[in-house]
Design a protein around this ligand. Sequence first.
Ligand SMILES: [Zn+2]
Length: 242
Amino acid sequence: MAEVSAGKLFRRIHHLRCRERDLAAALTALPRQLASLQARHERAKKARAESADHIKHLQVTHRAKETAIKSHTGQVKKLSDQRDAASARDDFEALEREIAHARHQIATLEDEILVLLDEIDTANGKVPELEAAIVRAHTEATAFDTEMTQRKKDLEQSLTDVRRDLAERDLEVPREHVSVYTRIVAGRGPDALAPLDGLSCSACGTTQTGPDAGKVKRFAFVTCTECGCILYLSEKDEKELD
Ligand SMILES: [Zn+2]
């Protein structure tokens, strides 16, 4: 009786132990998932702030260049008046050179301003997407935070149910196998159990002896000759036996 029930029992126990591990992992992951969503929101805000700083810097540079142009233009006017009043040829030519230099500087500044305006346009064009990313990240983080409490409760409830179920199943382990079972699962958790895949242990792939595979098919207690896993018959193979 004990031998017959063992094989089926271990399939159920394996399922419960895997579920317990998954639920525990999902519970642990919740705060990390929230932190990750909140970090994304912070990164989106930072990107928007950096973009605003960049645009501001470009605008300040633009204004500085406009002011420089005004100053050079005033200079050109002043030098032109001096040149028109110059009587000596040397003075006239020196002033002509100074005027040409100032005009060249104005032209350079004007070219630089065109590039700057282009950069400002490009940066401004990216603002709506940056704003949208902030809203998106905030919405996701807030929704997750709101749902997390319930999700946590649900997971904790499922985990409690699974652990209660598992405790009941553990009590059904035949007395003569309890110590081996307890030792293996204590060290390996859900990985302590594996279905037989054909004639092989599905955990390590080792082919089992005919008598051992036969025992698994009779739902007896068998451990893998190689890795020591408790072997059980898969649901599919059990159906094929019927
Ligand atoms: Zn094995």
